[in-house]
Design a protein around this ligand. Structure first.
Ligand code: 1HE
Length: 269
């Protein structure tokens, strides 16, 4: 077994393969509400940095216990009494982890529950799809803690809900949950029956049926192209389309459409 997907090589993440190539990665410090210490960030970098080459087709990201993630490990931060230089490097490791997620080409579905706060929301923002249930709530309590964001909220949370809503969340500690959170863009799905994990698994199983190269493009190219000018993005899209849309593995699916054996796209019933 490739070490990247070997559960025995992780302490702060619980990793299990549910189906061929479909992995559940769970933050595993429930007694600390899955707060992100330095060791957990290093494990996230290791897993997501090597996932695609290890054959991972899709990931459901969740947390053990009642809360997805309480954000930065404030106790570790307080005890370490870090210098600005040291904390800048902590932030850079967080960015390394979340960039590996967003740009890594492996679909990540976050099953969110309980608190998704501070760095927990930054972590969830690195996933491609977010699913919430009736227990889930989002906040950026940094303002109240006397600190600032450092794991990408200024980029990804602003992107999801707009910069003034993000600013309001940090300034006032405003909490979003339920349908309102979906309407604003913090999540794409809310479950009314069952928990977020069940729905996330269902989505991940579907996504894992796509061709890996297609998923790679969806889960890396869109993000890269959003960082480019319109002209450059169109040029890069043509290149990615050139590679992905001519992959030999796609021919069977195209043939099935041409032969009228493939499912058609129909409205929801
Ligand atoms: C923690 C952390 C943490 C809990 N760092 N240890 N994030 C926050 O400001 C959120 C802080 N946490 C909370 O508001 C609450 O803990 C929760 C709403 C998440 C959960 O409440 P509850 O009542 O279930 O748990 P608790 O009793 O508050 O905490 C249980 C244990 O988890 C306790 O440890 P214990 O050893 O005393 O049992 C807590 O200390 C521990 N714990 N949250 C460390 N965050 C790159 S910059 C990112 C900036 C940020 O992320 S700021 C946002 C930080």
């Amino acid at each position: 077994m490739n070490d990247v997907v070997n559960p025995d090589t992780y302490e702060n993440l619980a990793i299990s393969e549910r189906d061929h190539g479909l992995f559940v990665v769970s933050l595993n410090r429930p007694s600390k509400r899955n707060a992100l210490d330095e060791a957990t960030i290093e494990e996230l970098i290791r897993f997501f940095g090597g996932a695609r080459r290890a054959g991972v087709k899709a990931v459901v990201l969740t947390g053990e216990g009642e809360h997805f993630c309480a954000g930065l490990d404030l106790v570790e931060h307080w005890k370490a009494d870090r210098s600005a230089d040291e904390f800048m490097h902590v932030c850079l490791r967080w960015h390394e982890a979340f960039n590996k997620m967003e740009y890594g080409g492996v679909p990540i579905i976050a099953a969110l529950k309980g608190a998704v706060v501070g760095g927990g929301l930054e972590l969830a923002s690195g996933a491609h799809v977010r699913v919430i249930d009736s227990t889930t709530y989002f906040a950026l309590p940094e303002g109240q803690r006397g600190i600032f964001t450092g794991g990408g909220a200024t980029i990804r949370v602003s992107d999801m809900i707009g910069k003034y809503r993000m600013i309001d969340m940090v300034l006032t500690g405003r909490v979003y949950q339920g349908q309102e959170a979906v309407d604003l863009g913090l999540a794409q799905y809310i479950t009314t029956e069952g928990d977020s994990l069940t729905k996330a698994m269902e989505l991940a199983e579907k996504v894992a049926q796509n061709l890996p190269l297609t998923n790679f493009a969806i889960c890396s190219a869109v993000s890269h192209m959003n960082n480019m000018s319109g002209m450059d993005a169109a040029y890069a899209e043509a290149f990615v389309g050139g590679v992905v849309n001519t992959q030999p593995a796609a021919r069977e699916r195209l043939e099935a459409f041409a032969n009228k054996t493939a499912a058609r796209v129909r409205p929801n019933t």
